[in-house]
Ligand binder design. Structure first.
Ligand code: DC
Length: 228
């Protein structure tokens, strides 16, 4: 039996983490977990229910009312569900992107989601992407990657991705949003975005998606074949 791995992919916003992670999971027959989608779903709930993030009681009550799950759609991709409703499209909107870093900086939010992420990953055979997977969620992950890329390249990719979902956004707003998210994600006190010491750095500025995917799969396969 091949060893089943936990593959952690962390890094800055819009570096291609989820595209890479999804493709790797498909090739290896693993489960893909988009933890950013979980933070986005909580943010969507907070926005729609006008939850004051400065009020701990309101935050706690809201978190008690939130259930996040993933279901595979007919195209074979995993969609995010918030309290039983498919929110895959809504969580990608700019209004969510603009608030998600503030919401994901809250300790109770992180505690709830990290606990769920660990439960999902306990049987291994997963590719999980986010900001704190290799540092906090699975510090013992078998394989860790830290993705980075030039800011303009990242913004152009994100803009294209949004366009494919029929969401129009101008490049400057996308750049501002990504930079602001990077700033908050790296400077927050609760599990800031950090490169794990044992993470492999993947700078994707000049890489195609196929090249990124190949690199991760190649390393995963060589680890799976390594005698225990
Ligand atoms: O990967 P993404 O852009 O969909 O993530 C959205 C936000 O969620 C990101 O700005 C920071 C937060 N996040 C986090 O704090 N921890 C994670 N493991 C994943 C995402």
């Amino acid at each position: 039996m091949l060893k089943r791995l936990i593959i952690a992919i962390d890094g800055y916003s819009a570096c291609g983490k989820s595209t890479t992670a999804r493709a790797v999971a498909r090739i290896l027959g693993y489960r893909y977990i988009d933890t950013g989608a979980m933070y986005r779903a909580v943010t969507l709930y907070f926005l729609d229910h006008h939850v004051a993030i400065t009020n701990p009681k309101e935050v706690a009550r809201a978190l008690d009312n939130i259930t996040i799950s993933f279901r595979v759609n007919p195209a074979g991709d995993s969609d995010t569900y918030l309290n039983g409703l498919n929110v895959e499209q809504e969580i990608r909107e700019l209004r969510v992107a603009e608030s998600v870093s503030q919401v994901s900086a809250l300790k109770p939010v992180r505690e709830k989601l990290v606990q769920q992420q660990r439960k999902i990953g306990k049987d291994k055979g997963i590719v999980m992407d986010g900001r704190d997977i290799g540092t906090v969620v699975f510090p013992d992950a078998d394989l860790k990657f830290f993705m980075t890329a030039d800011i303009t390249v990242r913004a152009e990719r994100r803009q294209r991705e949004l366009l494919e979902k029929n969401i129009l956004a101008d490049l400057d707003s996308v750049i501002q949003n990504i930079m602001e998210r990077d700033r908050i994600d790296t400077t927050r006190s609760e599990s800031p975005l950090r490169q794990a010491p044992d993470a492999i750095v993947l700078d994707t500025t000049h890489l195609t998606i196929d090249e990124q995917v190949d690199e991760v799969v190649r390393r995963a396969v060589s680890l799976m074949l390594k005698p225990r």
